[in-house]
Design a protein around this ligand. Structure first.
Ligand code: KIV
Length: 278
C-alpha cells in the first residue's frame, strides 16, 4: 500500500531488489479475466508471445505481431493492480537494430501501459538491452531455450548441457551487465541454473530451470490445464480446467438436445413484476 492507501504496483527496481529473497511468483496472462485472477498472487504478469500458440493456434511464436502483443497487453492492463506488467517483444520487432527495438518497445509501453519489455537472446542482444535501459525501457532478458530461435536451435531442446553451459553463462552475464533487471532462464539443467543464479546480480526467473532460480514462471493456460496441444516436462498442472470445460459443454449440449434447457428459472415473464425485476 502507498501513503494514500492505494495499492502500489511492483516496479522493475522492486523486482531487482528481490535477488536472493523470497521467490518471485510470475505467470502469463493474455486477457482481462485471467489478469484479474493472477494479479493478487503474482509479482510479475507476463504478456508472453506464447499467446500465439496458446490463444491463436499458431505452431510457433514466430507469427506473433506487435499489434497482437499490443491488443493483448491492453486487455491485461485493465485487469492488473499490483503485479509488474511485462510484455514480450515479438520475433522480428527488435533484432534488426537497437533503434528498431526502442521504437517498438516505446510503442508497447505507450499503448499498453506496461512497465517493462522482455526480449530473447544473450550476448547478441546485449547492445540492444544497454540501448533500451539507457533510454527508459526496463528489460527482462530471456536466455537458455529461446523459442523464437526454434529454427536455429533445431527444436525446443534443453540448452546448456555439457560444454554448451559456458555459452548460456556468457549470455546471462552479458545481459546482466547490459542492464537487464531480471533474466528468464528456460529449460536448462539445474547445476547451470544454480551457477548462473549465484553469479549474476539480478533475479533469475526459471521455467524448466529448477528451484535454484530466484523466481518461477509458467504459462497460466499450461498450469490450469487449459492448453493441452503439448505439455513440457517442466509444467505442473494445478488444475484440469480443460476437462471441466469439456464436461460443462457436454452437459449443456445434452440439455439442449433433451429440451431441459432453458428451464422455468431462465424465462422472462410477460408482465414486469412489482419491484421492477426483469
Ligand atoms: O512467451 C512466454 O510465455 C514466455 C514465458 C514462457 C517465459 O516467454
Amino acid at each position: 500500500m502507498s501513503a494514500t492507501g492505494e495499492t502500489k504496483a511492483m516496479t522493475p527496481p522492486d523486482i531487482r531488489m528481490r535477488k536472493g529473497q523470497t521467490p518471485l511468483v510470475c505467470l502469463t496472462a493474455y486477457t482481462t479475466p485471467i489478469a484479474r485472477l493472477v494479479d493478487r498472487h503474482c509479482d510479475i504478469v507476463l504478456v508472453g508471445d506464447s499467446v500465439g500458440m496458446v490463444l491463436h493456434g499458431l505452431s510457433s511464436t514466430l507469427g506473433v505481431t506487435l499489434d497482437m502483443m499490443i491488443m493483448h497487453g491492453q486487455a491485461v492492463r485493465r485487469g492488473l493492480v499490483r503485479a509488474l506488467m511485462v510484455v514480450d517483444l515479438p520475433f522480428g520487432s527488435y533484432e534488426e537494430s537497437p533503434e528498431q527495438a526502442f521504437r517498438n518497445a516505446a510503442r508497447l509501453m505507450a499503448e499498453t501501459g506496461c512497465a517493462a519489455v522482455k526480449l530473447e537472446g544473450g550476448q547478441t542482444m546485449a547492445e540492444t538491452i544497454r540501448f533500451l535501459a539507457a533510454r527508459g525501457v526496463p528489460v527482462m532478458a530471456h536466455v537458455g531455450l529461446t523459442p523464437q530461435a526454434v529454427n536455429t536451435l533445431g527444436g525446443y531442446r534443453v540448452q546448456g548441457r555439457g560444454d554448451d553451459a559456458e555459452r548460456i553463462r556468457r549470455d546471462a552475464g552479458a545481459v546482466t551487465k547490459a542492464g537487464a533487471f531480471s533474466v528468464v532462464l528456460e529449460k536448462v539443467p539445474e547445476p547451470l541454473a544454480k551457477r548462473i543464479t549465484a553469479e549474476i546480480a539480478v533475479p533469475t526467473i526459471g521455467i524448466g530451470a529448477s528451484l535454484a532460480c530466484d523466481g518461477q514462471i509458467l504459462v497460466s493456460d499450461d498450469m490450469l490445464g487449459l492448453f493441452s496441444s503439448f505439455r513440457p516436462k517442466f509444467v505442473k498442472r494445478y488444475a484440469e480446467l480443460g476437462d471441466q470445460a469439456d464436461a460443462a459443454i457436454a452437459a449443456y449440449a445434452a440439455d439442449v438436445r433433451e429440451r431441459r434447457f432453458p428451464a422455468a428459472e431462465h424465462l422472462y415473464a410477460n408482465e414486469t413484476k412489482a419491484g421492477g425485476v426483469t
